[in-house]
Design a protein around this ligand. Structure first.
Ligand code: URA
Length: 246
């Protein structure tokens, strides 16, 4: 998060006033004065204003192994179970990073860091996600190639994906799909577009994170190193390349 934004969040000043405080040399990060307006605050940085340490709200980053039968929202007007109920001992108000469908299981990140949440789901950053999908029937090679190259959905063609067959049974196939987009019900719609209904869907990874050691319905906190790596994945995107594409 940019330093001025951090100062505004900590309730010190408006963002514009915070820029003045930075320019006046009244802000230190980890003991060093910072005059650079674009300075980025990382998790764990100690920020001082006129010699006083600031406390922004504690940031929480969770990796949950979502079971089927939970909504990826904070509150459901219809009273269905939400993923927040699985995090009973966390006092902070946290939000899912994107969504998994009610019947989809697997890796879901949650955080109260809005900047982190936005970066993780922003199409610009193209973070890779892997899904394991049991689909009806035996899938032909040409359908696999179609899924890889992109299929036409009602909201436009999908970007190239990596697809492999993990298991075949007489009447169903287990696929692994790696996609970089996050459209609504995307995997189910992609599979249906090549004639295969998804019977069961699980997200097995998000960027370099997987579900190892986290049983269904359980969660763990991300490590500082993991948070920084995720943020730098987003920061390392070549925006010139993106600007040419859009
Ligand atoms: N694709 C889907 O179809 N559903 C999900 O929950 C996630 C990805």
């Amino acid at each position: 998060m940019r330093l001025a934004k951090y100062l505004a969040h900590a309730g010190i000043a408006s963002r514009r006033k915070a820029e003045t405080l930075i320019a006046e040399g009244r802000i230190k990060v980890n003991g060093e004065p910072v005059l650079e307006q674009g300075f980025m605050i990382k998790p764990g940085d100690q920020v001082e204003f006129d010699g006083q340490y600031l406390h922004s709200e504690a940031k929480i980053y969770i990796l949950l192994n979502k079971p089927a039968g939970y909504l990826s929202t904070v509150l459901d007007p219809q009273g269905r179970p939400t993923v927040i109920e699985l995090l009973g001992d966390i006092a902070e108000r946290i939000y899912p990073v994107g969504r998994l469908d009610f019947d989809t299981e697997g890796l879901l990140l949650l955080s109260n860091d809005g900047d982190f949440n936005n970066k993780m789901i922003h199409p610009r950053y193209q973070i890779g996600k892997k899904y394991q999908a049991w689909v009806e029937g035996r899938i032909e090679n040409h359908s696999l190639r179609q899924l890889e190259q992109g299929v036409n959905l009602d909201d436009g063609p999908t970007s190239p994906a990596k697809v492999r067959v993990l298991q075949r049974k007489s009447d169903m196939t287990l696929l692994e799909l790696e996609i970089h987009e996050g459209r609504k019900r995307q995997v189910k719609r992609m599979c249906l577009a090549v004639g295969h209904k998804v019977i069961n869907l699980k997200r097995s990874s998000f960027a370099f994170l997987d579900l190892q050691g986290v049983d269904s319905g359980k969660y763990r906190h991300l490590t500082m190193n993991e948070i920084e790596q995720l943020m730098s994945l987003a920061a390392n995107v070549n925006t010139n390349e993106i600007n040419r594409r859009v």
